[in-house]
Design a protein around this ligand. Structure first.
Ligand SMILES: NC(=O)C1=CN([C@@H]2O[C@H](COP(=O)(O)OP(=O)(O)OC[C@H]3O[C@@H](n4cnc5c(N)ncnc54)[C@H](O)[C@@H]3O)[C@@H](O)[C@H]2O)C=CC1
Ligand code: BAL
Length: 514
């Protein structure tokens, strides 16, 4: 088991070849010691698309060794930034060339509409790679004057080393690009563990890594269960950095494993450098009375319904000023009704199913808890019959701060809508969370926008927008939403290690000292 398989695209009947082996040293290989496989499932039909090799802990050792060897021989300090930039740009070009095919595989395995996968997820990923290709030859340290007559010092920004990258299933290609692009630009090598639910596009992208001309071992792909491959990477003695996107509960486990292994030696205050965690959220979105209500309703709908709500920054708590509450809520409901939930291969579909049976049950568990705790369902809330993990937009009003639907991340198209009177009350409701990933506000009062954006406790605040990210702007969270930043120049700090070189050209050592 490691041979490519042909999968059929339902909309066109077209066959696409997909690798099923572990990608190590630029080859697709079987596990060294296990027969375990992972089922890749189509969430729109619940059918198995194909099976791929599941990496064991020993396979992780093999992949890490390959990444280490590449770091020390063909990559890392052995290749200059111009060459890294050239290869990353080549990879971006190949992804762009294959965007339709990649989008179709993404839709088959994740459920999202093909158009969204192609134009947004892949379009953004190509841009992300090109953005970091631009950085690859500009990663420079500083020259520090110490003593003009005798000494100079300078810093070098070395690659941090072998990186374990653990990504989730909600944006399988985009999260791959966000992690791979800055790591490659900085000269790091990678062991990438895609989610066990969505391994197919990471494997397909690995073919392109080889075609682009990256040396063997620079990027290795090891689909595996989280507690097997993910845990092995996090506690590995020979991995220098772990980057993770996913749930807060798994983020805690990764941090614990990292601190108990070699990374512990880096001491606690440096852990933010060697671990980056992009975790969950319960992001608030405030609608003030001066807002352009139609636009505010569009952004609020997009905030919670984009990607079927499977978004770490989903604006899952909307608070509306009392003077416009009834009008705004009616408008928001009418916008939410325009969402077309269906199979991602149907061109009319604007939101696909949730990714798995586990997520489907989890989201309905929250919907039931909202009903039980006394919130009022004003849209959706009922199950569909038939196959597929489809969930229609669901909106709750009459919420209270201690309800589970208000406190916990649901990761589905489920919105809680509350009411406030004053700006002060709005800020207090917004910040009443253990998370701090995203937050948004809609208002046409510029002073209010500045006051409120300053007061909101979050890594990203949108003013008169929501859920739109840009590759040159940093992204990450506060509190229990994570550590470190992705995107922008800030991500380079996560993948480099600063070395200070002290260079004496005139000072003589006195000995003995006294
Ligand atoms: N921030 C985000 O973008 C994401 C948040 N989530 C949240 O997590 C909830 C549960 O989803 P899951 O798929 O269970 O998330 P998860 O956090 O367990 O999975 C994300 C990744 O972590 C890996 N993983 C799992 N256990 C691990 C371990 N012990 N050590 C290392 N890696 C491990 C998984 O294999 C996957 O690649 C969702 O409902 C959502 O609330 C999930 C995915 C993405
Ligand atoms: N939308 C930002 C990435 C994430 O949801 O994980």
């Amino acid at each position: 088991m490691a041979q490519p398989v042909k999968i059929t695209i339902p909309s066109s009947g077209k066959e696409i070849s997909v690798p099923t082996g572990l990608f190590i040293n630029n080859e697709f290989v079987p596990s060294v010691d296990s027969q375990e496989t992972l089922d890749a499932i189509n969430p729109a039909t619940e059918e198995v698309i194909c099976r791929v090799v599941a990496a064991s802990a020993k396979d992780i050792d093999v992949a890490v060794a390959a990444a280490r060897k590449a770091l020390e021989t063909t990559w890392g300090k052995n290749v200059d930034g111009f060459e890294r930039s050239r290869l990353i740009n080549k990879l971006a070009d190949l992804i762009e060339r294959d965007q339709q095919e990649l989008a179709e595989i993404e839709t088959l395995n994740n459920g999202k509409p093909v158009k969204i996968a192609r134009d947004f997820d892949i379009g953004d990923s190509v841009q992300c790679l090109r953005y970091y290709a631009g950085w690859a030859d500009k990663i420079t340290g500083q020259s520090l004057e110490v003593d003009n007559k005798a000494k100079i010092a300078f810093t070098r920004h070395d690659p941090i080393g072998v990186c374990g990258q653990i990504i989730p299933w909600n944006y399988p290609i985009q999260m791959w690009a966000w992690k791979v692009a800055p790591a490659l630009a900085c000269g790091c090598t990678i062991v990438m563990k895609p989610s066990e639910l969505t391994p197919l596009t990471a494997l397909k992208l690995s073919e392109l890594v080889k075609e682009a001309g990256f040396p063997p071992g620079v990027l290795n792909t090891v689909p595996s269960l989280g507690p097997v491959g993910g845990a092995a990477l996090s506690e590995h003695q020979n991995v220098d950095k772990v980057a993770f996107t996913g749930s807060t509960i798994t983020g805690r486990k990764i941090m614990e494993a990292a601190s108990k292994s070699n990374l512990k030696k880096a001491c606690l205050h440096t852990i933010p450098v060697v671990i980056s965690l992009e975790l969950g959220g319960k992001s608030p979105h405030l609608i003030f009375e001066s807002a352009d209500l139609d636009q505010a309703a569009n952004w609020a709908a997009l905030g919670i319904l984009y990607n079927t709500g499977q978004d770490c920054t989903a604006g899952s708590r909307v608070y509306v000023q009392d003077t416009i509450y009834d009008k705004f809520v009616a408008l928001l409901v009418s916008k939410a009704k325009e969402l077309v939930v269906g199979d991602g291969f149907d061109p009319k579909t604007t939101a696909g199913p949730v990714v798995s049976k586990a997520q489907y049950d989890r989201v309905y568990g929250y919907i039931e808890s909202g009903k039980k705790e006394g919130a009022k369902v004003i849209l959706g809330g009922e199950k569909r019959s038939g196959k597929g993990f489809f969930i229609d937009p669901t909106i709750f009003t009459d919420i209270r701060p201690n309800m589970k639907i208000v406190k916990e991340e649901i990761f589905g198209p489920v919105l809680s809508v509350g009411k406030f009177k004053t700006e002060e009350e709005a800020i207090s409701l917004a910040n009443d969370t253990t998370y701090g990933l995203g937050a948004g506000l809609q208002s046409s009062d510029a002073n209010q926008c500045m006051r409120v954006s300053t007061a909101l406790e979050a890594g990203t605040v949108w003013v008169n927008q929501y859920n739109v990210l840009n590759n040159n702007v940093p992204f990450g969270g506060k509190h229990q939403s994570g550590i470190g930043r992705e995107l922008g120049s800030y991500a380079l700090e996560e993948y480099t290690s600063v070395k200070a070189v002290h260079w004496n050209f005139g000072e003589k050592a006195d000995w003995p000292l006294f």
